[in-house]
Ligand binder design. Structure first.
Ligand SMILES: *[C@@H]1O[C@H](CO)[C@@H](O)[C@H](O)[C@H]1NC(C)=O
Length: 485
């Protein structure tokens, strides 16, 4: 059995236990509370109040704040903690739509990794030229942060995405189209620190690997184009500008896309931050300060908040690291080795070759973890066995293991852990095990790929409340439980 990631919560439970044991010895207390703490730790299931599964319409920001200046608040794009939510309540996608977008994202990741990169010439005047091919991944990731761009600085709320590299925002004058966004559209003409990148520069040429498209030229300005698997895209001028992450973390000459023609499922966000491994990604461009080291915690629900933080500070000392791998056709993805799964405390008998056939990546933008079908079948059948007391419900899109909890006030759900190479066990939070469409349709939040040779994806539902640490220089990925609420 590998090392378990132990959260500070567990540690305090242990301390409480120890303390109670000694007071028992001294005859001061009964052992009742100690037994509760102990059984809580040893139990192989989560007890969940059914009412807590329903979304709240009120934002309750996390009370635990990192003692760190280089930290940005992370919120779910469609939840009450997001400005975008208050701006555009009518356009919040249904769960079925979110899962459909997730299918498109996974499809584009799979085709990007299965084939060698094509090269498409970008033409700013005709964005329709950019085929919705396997160039990159869907930009409909679920979590957003707010950063400042330009001088004077303008705040922009951007989706953050570990599955892509280029950072871009919609830009005036929106020569093509700009979709509706919450923040005012960035105006380069009002910033004293903006400048275009020339199309004859080597910087311009570096777009090819970051976007999968050969850059174009518009009256000597470098033109970038990035398209996403679901026909979302952004095309515009490749430029540099002052980027303000926090008051103490400011970067001159940050390379970004000033989007003149943008379309897609960005849900009112002003654009996207690319956190991938290519040299144009934000971690690479800020490497002299942060050494490609960053971490985030995705909140347990859309009505809470998490963080995205750059540099070594604020990282839990309980973090356990696994090795990052590189995939031959997708060097910008963060590759990981999944080696096992446990359900209800029992390791599933899945042969190692099932996981090595396609490999795996971690992705902040994929909602549902995708497993090799052989592993998913083993997981869902054990889960079903342990959930047999609950009535089944209709499948929800790609989720085929669903339950009707309407007759229950609390339910007991088996714990699930994912094991990574290096003996790292990552216990999935209760909120990361279930995907709730309605109390009458609560589903196991995992899905199978079509083939064991397709890449597995550790998605954002399962990452909830974990502190996930990316050490790009050290080639390591870390996890600690209890990173946020
Ligand atoms: C940048 O390039 C675009 C397209 O050629 C041009 O319209 C714009 O005026 C340029 N901006 C600056 C600041 O040079």
């Amino acid at each position: 059995m590998g090392a378990t990631v132990i959260s500070p919560t567990y540690l305090s439970a242990y301390l409480l236990l120890l303390c109670l044991v000694c007071s028992l010895k001294e005859g001061y207390a009964k052992g009742r509370r100690a037994t509760v703490a102990e059984s809580h730790h040893l139990e192989h299931s989560h007890t969940i109040q059914v009412s807590s599964l329903l979304p709240s319409s009120i934002c309750s920001p996390a009370t635990k704040v990192l003692d760190k200046k280089s930290s940005l608040q992370v919120v779910h794009k469609h939840g009450p903690c997001s400005q975008l939510y208050h701006h555009d309540k009518a356009n919040i996608p249904t769960h079925a739509e979110i899962l459909l977008q997730d299918v498109a994202r996974v499809k584009s990741i799979h085709s990007k990794l299965a084939k060698s990169l094509g090269s498409t010439k970008v033409d700013q005047t005709d964005a329709a030229n950019i085929p919705a091919k396997d160039g990159s991944v869907v930009g409909s990731g679920n979590y957003v942060v707010t950063v400042g761009l330009g001088t004077p600085k303008k705040d922009l709320t951007l989706i953050f995405d570990t599955g892509s590299d280029i950072t871009w925002t919609q830009c005036q004058p929106c020569v093509g189209t700009c979709y509706k966004q919450q923040d005012p559209v960035f105006a380069p003409s009002l910033s004293s620190t903006y400048s275009n990148i020339s199309c004859s520069s080597t910087t311009c040429n570096s777009l090819a690997s970051a976007t999968g498209n050969t850059p174009g030229c518009s009256s000597s300005a470098c033109v970038y184009g990035i398209q996403y698997g679901d026909s979302s895209f952004s095309v515009g001028i490749f430029a540099k500008e002052k980027l303000t992450l926090t008051s103490t973390d400011v970067f001159d000459d940050f390379l970004f896309g000033c989007g003149q023609n943008n379309q897609g499922l960005f849900g009112g966000a002003a654009g996207l931050i690319g956190l991938g491994r290519d040299k144009l990604s934000l971690p690479s461009q800020t490497a002299s300060k942060y050494k490609k080291y960053f971490s985030y915690c995705l909140p347990s629900s859309a009505s809470s908040t998490g963080f995205l933080s750059f540099g070594y500070g604020g990282v839990s000392k309980f973090v356990k690291f696994t090795t990052l791998t590189t995939l031959s056709q997708g060097a910008s993805f963060y590759g990981i080795d999944i080696v096992g799964i446990s359900v209800g405390g029992k390791k599933l008998p899945i042969s190692a070759s099932v996981f090595t056939a396609g490999g795996a990546i971690i992705d902040s933008g994929t909602v549902i973890t995708r497993l090799p079908p052989t592993a998913y079948t083993a997981l869902s059948s054990e889960f079903r066995k342990l959930m047999s007391r609950y009535p089944k419900a209709q499948p929800l899109s790609i989720l085929d293991t669903c339950y009707d909890f309407t007759k229950f006030s609390s339910v007991s759900v088996p714990k699930i852990s994912i094991f990574f190479s290096g003996g790292v066990e990552v216990p999935i939070a209760a909120k990361g095990i279930l995907y709730v469409n309605a109390i009458s349709q609560v589903c196991l939040a995992f899905a199978g790929n079509t083939d064991d040779t397709e890449v597995g994806i550790f998605g954002n539902t399962q990452q909830k409340t974990l502190q996930v640490v990316y050490d790009g220089v050290g080639g390591k990925l870390g996890f600690a439980t209890g990173g946020c609420t």
